[in-house]
Design a protein around this ligand. Sequence first.
Ligand code: GDP
Ligand code: ZN
Length: 394
Amino acid sequence: MPSREQRRWQHFEAARKTRAVRKHIKRNRKPKRVRRKEWMPDDFDALDELAERERVMPLGERERRQAVMAAALAGPDSTRSEDTGTLPEEEAGQQQGVVTEVSSSLCRVDLDGRCVICGLRGSLSARETGFTNVVAVGDRVRVTHNGADRGVVEAVLPRQSVLVRQDPFYSHLQQVIVANADQLLIVASWKDPLIWFELVDRYLIAAERNGLFPVICVNKIDLAEDLEECRVALRPYLDLAYRVLFTSAMEGQGVDELRNVLRGHTTVVAGLSGVGKSSLLTSVQPDLQLRTGKISDTHREGRHVTSQVTLLRLDGGGFVADTPGIREFGLSGLRRSELASFYREFAALDGQCRFADCTHTHEPGCAVGEEVTRGLVSATRYHSYGKIRAELAD
Ligand code: GDP
Ligand code: ZN
């Protein structure tokens, strides 16, 4: 049974998609402007949405990218499955697991809680996928193993989702950072450092662009005068049906609820340094091997298994992604005209502004501006919209 929040979220999503389709139809009636491709160097481009749908591309490029996307979601095994029209049958002696860590040639696979270090079967190739890595953290794989701690990845199963970023060395290629994540835990602290709502909004946008269910976690509530103060500040998000947790890793409030939220999901944890991400995860499960200090693990041949992201298995089921190397989620590739659709309360006012191409920043007769004056749309959210918008390309 989906929870009440999930149902409301699905409702919002459905409404947003309908509006997007309507807009698309409207836009296509207008003569097309030719846009130059622009790259946006910003602090938020570490993780990016794969499809840069609206860009003008060389002839055939869009089709190529669609094929790449399909291949990425299908995993490197897709060529084999296309031959037969079905997924490859599980073969004798193979066991399914989840990749929790990767290096260039090895990966660590979790087989129902047991850890096996695996090499990759030579026939697995990232060629044609548009990605630099064959196997990513979070991939569901089938392995053969020697009954002890060594094995071989025989197949990568189709991916449900991918978080990607541009390869630092080959800019035309993408790296899959995490596969199959379904939730984003946005951690902020009430104080020390002071909660930064603009960053919360950025993460909410990133979550929606990447198809992750967002959960806002306000930590260090022990530093607030009273909980009511926190609730009032978060009211705009609660009113928009976002899931909000109030926690104190120090005193334990909200930790049980957080544990429930994480259970059974693959959650990416995001937030500024110092907000208490590690402390929270340790409160949820004291024996989690967070990577503070421990990055690699030497095995028999003396090689290392290292990766930017590690998946940590939760006792109750599910994983959290420990991602110290990733600063922020990317907003790059996001167009100005798309931004309002990620603000649920703005999207709800679609079509009510005096001008059809209202940017909701300064225009007379702007329905969003009017609701801000009336106090129905949060001034803080309106402000973050203006700031983020100013950074984006047309
Ligand atoms: P991270 O960088 O996000 O992983 O943050 P840490 O977990 O390392 O925590 C940063 C600092 O905040 C540490 O000194 C923690 O002791 C402290 N801290 C974490 N959670 C809480 C909390 O709920 N309340 C208070 N008062 N301090 C906390
Ligand atoms: Zn407007």
